[in-house]
Design a protein around this ligand. Structure first.
Ligand code: NAD
Ligand code: IPM
Ligand code: MN
Length: 350
């Protein structure tokens, strides 16, 4: 049966960058069947919901899903469960893609593009493994209400044993293919769910972490260490919220958030969900100047992790590096190429 790649471009710059990833997929892996669907605000506008059952079903049946980005000021007034972001969360939860891989890799050509000094980021290669379907993003109860005459807003940070064990297992497996070091991040000094996280990761390591060195760090200290001496890290294992924040921070080490891809993986047989780390960038949407590299590198991850096309993935990764070596730069990297011209440069390097 033919493999299918479901594209969910979404909102803002999402469709702009996914269109370029599509051109590259068509050139590189013409045997893969490409489909498209709606998610986020685009789906809300068409169907009144940011994720339809039909789109979730199509995602479940695909070999891999490549999402652009969701959200934007247009939907700010929409209720929480109908917001574009709720569609993305429902997609992650619906596919049960609990392990979010967010590599922060500094391409040699971009060492000067980082806001950090060259010697801090040259050769940087970190993998953040972010738990994606639990924690404070999904914990109950949550709400905004009134108690004893006091208005309040609250969320619940909760993790269960299996949720931590399965994502820790992924982190150890990934680490074995790299430098075999995992830094687990939490706030066990102030949070019960953080203390439980540390205990469970330690137990999982004893059972599943053969050959991997495990260390623990408070999330705030990790945020500091990421800009002080980022190359000390190999794999960072974090919960949903800390992983979200630390991956945006790590993005800036690589030059631009427009460079960072991600892969969200579930149990074997579940299609992976691939998305740039960046959002819909309302400030530059519609101008055709967004950096498509994060989306294109997300395609690269889909080729590698879901479609079994490692050679094509290697070729694509090398082509991105080559295009950057030749000086191809979008605005966020200090250049003046349009989104399409950046993809042209990568296609030319393929
Ligand atoms: P953002 O990532 O959209 O933008 C932050 C800054 O980075 C902006 O200045 C933007 O122009 C720039 N930027 C982002 N991607 C870029 C690219 N490819 N090329 C060049 N510049 C780029 O984050 P935000 O402004 O906080 O959020 C905007 C909307 O996106 C919100 O609705 C948010 O909820 C949503 N969001 C969605 C996702 C997702 O779909 N996975 C991720 C993050 C934020
Ligand atoms: C991300 C985004 C999402 C998150 C939002 C848009 C739901 O920030 O993918 O990093 O917080 O997970
Ligand atoms: Mn984020």
């Amino acid at each position: 049966m033919r493999q299918t790649l479901l594209l969910l471009p979404g909102d803002g710059i999402g469709p702009e960058v996914v269109a370029q990833a599509r051109r590259i997929a068509e050139a590189l892996v013409p045997d893969v069947q490409i489909e498209e669907g709606l998610v986020g605000g685009a789906s809300f506008d068409a169907h009144g919901t940011p994720l339809t059952d039909e789109t979730l079903e199509r995602a479940r049946k695909a070999s891999a899903v490549l999402l652009g980005a969701v959200g934007g000021p247009k939907w700010n007034g929409v209720g929480r469960d109908k917001r574009p972001e709720a569609g993305l969360l429902a997609l992650r939860k619906g596919l049960d893609v609990f392990a979010n891989l967010r590599p922060a890799f500094c391409f040699p050509a971009l060492v000067e593009a980082s806001s950090l000094k060259k010697d801090r980021v040259e050769g940087l290669d970190i993998m953040i493994v972010r738990e994606l379907t639990g924690g404070v993003y999904f914990g109950q109860p949550r709400g905004i209400d009134e108690q004893g005459g006091l208005r309040r807003g609250y969320d619940t940070a909760v993790y269960t044993h299996p949720e931590i064990e399965r994502v820790a297992r992924v982190a150890f497996e990934i680490a074995r293919g790299r430098d075999a070091r995992v830094t687990s991040v939490e706030k066990s000094n102030v949070m019960e769910s953080g203390l439980f996280w540390r205990q469970e990761v330690t137990l999982a390591h004893a059972e599943l972490g053969g050959g991997v060195e495990l260390s623990h760090m408070y999330a705030d200290a990790c945020a500091m260490e990421l800009v002080r001496a980022p190359k000390q890290f190999d794999v960072i294992l974090a919960d949903n919220l800390f992983g979200d924040i630390l991956s945006d921070e790590a993005a800036m080490l690589t030059g631009s958030i427009g460079m960072l891809p991600s892969a969200s993986l579930g149990a074997p047989g579940v299609p992976g969900l691939y998305e740039p780390v960046h959002g819909s960038a309302p400030d530059i949407a519609g101008q055709g100047i967004a950096n498509p590299c994060a989306a294109i590198l997300s395609l690269e991850m889909a080729l590698r992790w879901s479609l079994g096309k490692e050679k094509a993935a290697d070729t694509l990764f090398a082509a991105v590096g080559k295009a950057l070596d030749r000086g191809a730069r979008t605005r966020d990297l200090g250049g003046d190429l349009t989104t399409r011209q950046m993809a042209d440069a990568i296609l030319a390097a393929l």
